[in-house]
Ligand binder design. Structure first.
Ligand code: NAD
Length: 309
């Protein structure tokens, strides 16, 4: 069995299934559609929104990006959200985060119709997840669960440690693992002696947003390691420390002047892990695949009354 958990390959399988589902809906005269709100001109957000649009196109999902200037007021955005909520043709509404700091992110997310909330951030969807009857689940943790399932990695009864307690990744991740009958520990920035806790993990999810936080000393032999972190590494000294022995990475670094890296020191941790996700090519592709999956699911829920209670 290959040690590397190939997120790209699993994501391709998921999107293939979504493509078939979209095709079936189109044949019944229903065109699934995703609307994305992009406020301001954050370059990273531009990249994410661009790749979401391209993926929609590839799968036959209609998509519209609403570009608003950075100074747009909350009321104007709220009006747009209400309009999209009422628009029968719109299945999914996504607000690209982060929003400029003057905007009330939480309040705006709460305005989205829960049935169109493809990011799964609405309190109703979060509440349902907590109650163990999920409907639209945040894409990154949903993608990780899908990967574990498809790779037949057992979860029930195992010790899982999640590093990070954000609403987007850490908390929903912990909830999903718990409902899959893992024994879950959540670590965060105030956790003392991280290694003593992560060392007990049979499944370790690193979502701290801290470059190479997790080294060999943090994991035990045989741990399944999932790296959610995403960082651009451009410092040559740091590059040498992390990837000095990898010719492939060095070629990429020299070509582009930087590489993407995660919360896990891959070269140090991989020899101890039983399975491990790389960065890039691990969790990232799964996230976007699950956004497509959620958009199709939202279309089915609302337009075909699929029962999810
Ligand atoms: P966040 O900053 O909202 O949350 C980070 C969490 O990690 C916090 O709860 C904090 O308490 C905890 N933390 C920080 N430093 C820590 C430390 N030293 N020890 C233990 N816990 C610590 O970040 P987020 O939105 O949850 O994202 C986390 C990372 O995942 C980021 O690198 C982000 O870019 C990446 N991300 C990737 C994808 C993807 O698709 N690959 C999706 C979402 C987020």
């Amino acid at each position: 069995m290959e040690k590397k958990l190939d997120g790209k390959k699993i994501a391709a399988a998921i999107t293939e299934e979504v493509r078939d589902g979209v095709r079936e809906m189109l044949a019944r005269g229903i065109a699934p559609r995703l609307d994305v709100l992009l406020v301001g001109d954050d370059p990273a957000s531009e990249v994410y929104v661009g790749s979401k649009g391209r993926m929609c196109e590839k799968l036959g999902i209609a998509s519209t990006t609403h570009r608003l200037p950075a100074g747009t007021g909350a009321e104007e955005i709220a009006t747009l959200i209400r309009r999209l909520n009422e628009d029968e043709a719109v299945d999914g509404i996504l607000i690209q985060l982060p929003l400029p700091s003057h905007l009330p992110t939480r309040e705006l997310l709460e305005l989205i119709d829960p049935l169109k909330d493809v990011d799964g951030f609405h309190p109703e969807n979060i509440g349902r997840l907590q109650q163990g009857r999920p409907r639209l689940v945040p894409c990154t943790p949903a993608g990780i669960m899908e990967m574990l399932r498809r790779e037949e990695i057992p979860i029930e009864g195992r010790r899982a440690v999640v590093i990070g307690r954000s609403d987007i990744v850490g908390k929903p991740m912990a909830m999903l693992l718990m409902h899959a009958n893992a024994t879950v520990t959540i670590c965060h920035s105030r956790t003392r002696d991280l290694a003593s806790i992560t060392g007990q993990a049979e499944i370790l999810i690193a979502a701290a947003g801290s470059m190479s936080l997790i080294g060999a000393e943090h994991v035990s032999e045989g741990t399944v390691v999932v790296d959610v972190g995403m960082h651009r590494l451009s410092d040559p000294t740091r590059f040498e420390e992390l990837y000095g022995s990898s010719e492939k990475k060095r070629a990429a670094f020299e070509r582009r002047g930087s590489v993407l890296t995660g919360d896990v020191d891959y070269m140090a941790v991989a020899p101890k892990a039983s399975r491990i996700t790389p960065v890039p090519g691990g969790v990232g592709p799964l996230t976007i695949a699950m956004l497509m999956h959620n958009t199709l699911h939202a279309a089915r829920l609302r337009r075909e009354g699929v029962d999810d209670s």
